[in-house]
Design a protein around this ligand. Structure first.
Ligand SMILES: Cc1cc2nc3c(=O)[nH]c(=O)nc-3n(C[C@H](O)[C@H](O)[C@H](O)COP(=O)(O)OP(=O)(O)OC[C@H]3O[C@@H](n4cnc5c(N)ncnc54)[C@H](O)[C@@H]3O)c2cc1C
Length: 459
């Protein structure tokens, strides 16, 4: 018997481990392990649990159509899994355990523990790479070093990208019954985000046909449906980046599609960094010395979380995420910058809040986005670059359509007033700006410079 351990790779097509298992011979069986308590300790909230649950159900149906049963276990903590897995493999004479390698520190520890538990047994472990467009150990500078700047990294990736057809799903086998009953794992349904591979492929198809060519023009306008909104499907591995790239292969030279692929490469960049610097998945800054000192202020944090800062575009973004589990990229950058450079709070508080509330919460992209905003990541926004919330909304939401969609208190406020700190309250039930943007930005720069001076002095 061949056992395939599904993780953040909830699909049957273009699935190296499933495909590899099907070539190995013998009946296939799938396993998925839900670990809610462990996930919670990684800041994964209810939404991500619901999202995974819905996609595991879709996976179960897709596998069942191929005659492959999916076993579901519930193990609150990773630590109990290796022993249980080893006992299962022995009981059912599993010849090989196939799985994709993960990025996160704890997940890597778990893989090692599973490999150790099976070492010397009659079950061989067969790890595969997935979720990346490239083998990150092969992406090195001409001097053999690692990239820390996006543009040369992306250039190197483009040279190496191979447009190979995605792997097919395995051929159907004679239906197999589950060797043991699954554990009980339920979640309430997640509204707004339909699950499953066919939904993801339809969304990719719609994007390719209707929006990819205009992506470079519309991607920064949060009121428009101008981006692909595929991130939740990539994050749970319902869609692979190889499938997306292959679908758009013939149009890579177009500005819209080219800009979109560039974003896929940002995703690769952050995965590449985490692959080579596992400490990033444990809240460590890439460049700790580039972090400005931060303060602790629970009230500031709570107002930012609720979208009650008094800065319309920031509030719209936070409320969009709180309501739907997704936020437009332009607004994510602004909200992150605001937390760090206007409120002077620790970027890790923002990273954790995003991770808990995003359906597409992804360890590497979220960490990369936050370290970029805080200025301590690779190729990050420098300390003196401040997003001005008013200028951002004027440029990217000039008629306030996005703002009014998420902040209904501002429905009657004339457009220009949305983009400037007024002498008056914008609306009676909308808060005044909680800080003075200019003063806070200047304070951040000053604190940063002072810290650099002190560090130099000390060394
Ligand atoms: C502070 C912050 C936190 C973020 N947290 C996450 C996260 O947890 N999960 C996540 O998937 N993305 C995250 N991003 C990146 C980006 O905002 C989302 O990927 C994007 O908004 C998803 O929308 P889309 O699918 O329509 O993207 P599109 O514009 O259609 O882009 C296509 C795909 O490229 C990738 N991508 C796009 N922009 C980026 C980027 N800047 N960095 C990395 N990958 C990118 C995503 O996989 C996306 O689905 C974060 C960005 C910031 C600034």
């Amino acid at each position: 018997m061949q056992l395939v351990w599904f993780r953040d790779d909830l699909r049957v097509e273009d699935h190296p481990a499933l495909y590899g298992a099907s070539l190995a011979g013998g009946p296939l069986i799938g396993l998925y392990v839900a670990s809610p308590a462990q996930w919670q300790s990684h800041d994964c909230g209810e939404r991500k649990r619901q999202w995974h649950h819905a996609n595991v159900e879709a996976l179960r149906s897709a596998l069942s159509a191929l005659g492959i049963p999916l076993l579901i276990w519930r193990e609150e903590q990773f630590s109990a899994l290796p022993e249980r897995l080893a006992a299962f493999c022995q009981r059912h004479r599993v010849a090989q355990l196939h799985f994709h390698r993960a990025l996160g520190w704890n997940e890597r520890q778990l893989e090692r523990a599973v490999e150790d538990a099976l070492l010397g047994s009659s079950t061989a472990t067969v790890p595969y790479q997935d979720a990346n467009l490239l083998d990150y150990d092969q992406v090195v500078t001409q001097q053999g070093g690692l990239y820390r700047v996006f543009t040369p990294f992306a250039k190197r990736c483009r040279q190496r990208l191979a447009l190979v057809p995605p792997l097919p799903c395995p051929e159907a086998q004679s239906p197999l019954a589950l060797p043991e009953p699954s554990d009980h794992w339920t979640e309430s349904p997640l509204p707004l985000w339909p699950a499953g591979e066919s939904v993801a492929h339809n969304a990719l198809e719609r994007f390719a046909q209707q929006r990819a060519s205009g992506y470079d023009q519309q991607r920064d306008l949060p009121a428009m449906h101008g981006t692909s909104a595929l991130s939740p499907y990539f994050a749970a591995g319902v869609l692979s980046p190889r499938q997306a790239l292959y679908r758009l292969a013939e149009r890579l030279g177009e500005p819209g599609t080219g800009a979109w692929v560039n974003e896929l490469l940002w995703r690769e960049f952050y995965r590449y960094l985490m692959h080579h610097h596992p400490g990033l998945s444990r809240h460590q800054a890439m460049y700790p010395a580039k972090q400005a000192p931060w303060q602790s202020n629970d009230e500031y944090l709570a107002r930012w979380q609720r979208g009650e800062t008094g800065f319309p575009l920031v509030d719209a973004g936070m409320r969009q995420m709180n309501a739907t589990g997704w936020m437009h990229n332009r607004v994510r950058m602004l909200c992150a910058s605001f937390l760090v450079k206007d409120l002077h709070l620790d970027w890790r508080l923002g990273e954790a809040y995003f991770m808990t509330h995003l359906v597409d919460g992804d360890l590497a992209s979220n960490n990369g986005g936050w370290q970029w905003a805080a200025g301590c990541g690779a190729d990050a926004a420098p300390y003196f670059r401040h997003f001005n919330p008013y200028r951002q909304s004027q440029r990217f939401d000039p008629d306030g359509e996005y703002i009014r969609r998420w902040v209904p208190e501002l429905a009657q406020v004339p457009d220009p007033a949305l983009h400037q700190p007024g002498p008056y309250l914008l609306a009676p039930d909308y808060p005044a700006p909680m800080v003075d943007h200019k003063a806070q930005a200047a304070g951040f720069t000053q604190a940063y410079k002072l810290q650099v001076k002190e560090t130099q002095h000390a060394s």
